[in-house]
Design a protein around this ligand. Structure first.
Ligand SMILES: Cc1cc2nc3c(=O)[nH]c(=O)nc-3n(C[C@H](O)[C@H](O)[C@H](O)COP(=O)(O)O)c2cc1C
Length: 194
């Protein structure tokens, strides 16, 4: 078989790097701009380009995000399901990663494109971000605590009604010497040739 295309090792070595495994070193603005620009080149049915991002970079803005996540968790979690360690994590993670990008979806205003396709397009954009980050040695992590799907999160982000937050994308340099493994079951079990 021919040599694998250079994109193959990049796709297979991309890992989710949690904020606890990131260094606080800043990410250059040009790199963030490249990441966003590549996200913007995701496929989009009807050219609706439904991805919407907000960047939390300054310490003050990340602190504000951390407090909002904790407050939303407290307000939206039934008392018997409240986990202090989860509360603590929501307040800590945004301060560990130097950059958090909220992942937003703005659905087609004409309603022609089904929402599921708009969500799929946003996920493609996030993968573009993650692969671009990985190509530069930068770690990324898509986090989706239940609170991100609440109306209160949408309000916090000042997103219009109908838009949805699909998660938080943490970005940061992986700690030195980090080796992360991942695994997938055989693709043959998930595909059928006809
Ligand atoms: C839509 C989406 C949401 C995710 N949300 C979470 C999350 O809330 N918590 C988490 O630990 N990982 C989350 N992940 C990351 C997965 O855990 C991760 O991709 C998986 O463990 C495989 O690791 P890898 O990306 O390094 O191959 C999410 C991934 C996707 C695509």
């Amino acid at each position: 078989m021919a040599e694998p295309h250079p994109i193959t090792p990049l796709i297979r070595s991309r890992r989710s790097v949690k904020p606890t495994l990131m260094c606080p070193d800043p990410v250059p603005r040009e790199l963030l701009e490249e990441i966003l620009e590549n996200a913007n080149w995701a496929p989009t049915h009807g050219m609706t380009e439904p991805w919407r991002f907000q960047l939390f970079v300054s310490e003050g803005s990340r602190q504000r995000l951390a407090e909002a996540l904790q407050q939303l968790y407290q307000a939206h979690t039934p008392e018997d399901q409240f986990r202090p360690e989860k509360f603590e994590k929501l307040g800590r993670n945004p301060l560990l990663a130097p950059v958090i990008i909220t992942i937003g979806m703005h659905p087609d205003p004409t309603g022609k494109i089904p929402e599921i396709e708009e969500i799929a397009a946003v996920a493609c954009a996030v993968q573009n971000m993650h692969l671009t980050a990985a190509a530069h040695g930068l770690g990324g992590f898509w986090s989706s605590p239940a609170v991100v799907y609440t109306d209160a999160m949408r309000s916090f982000l000042e997103m219009p009604e109908g838009d949805r937050c699909l998660g938080l994308f943490y970005l940061g340099w992986p700690q030195e010497g980090l080796e992360l493994a991942s695994r997938r079951g055989p693709v043959a079990q998930k595909s059928r040739w006809q």
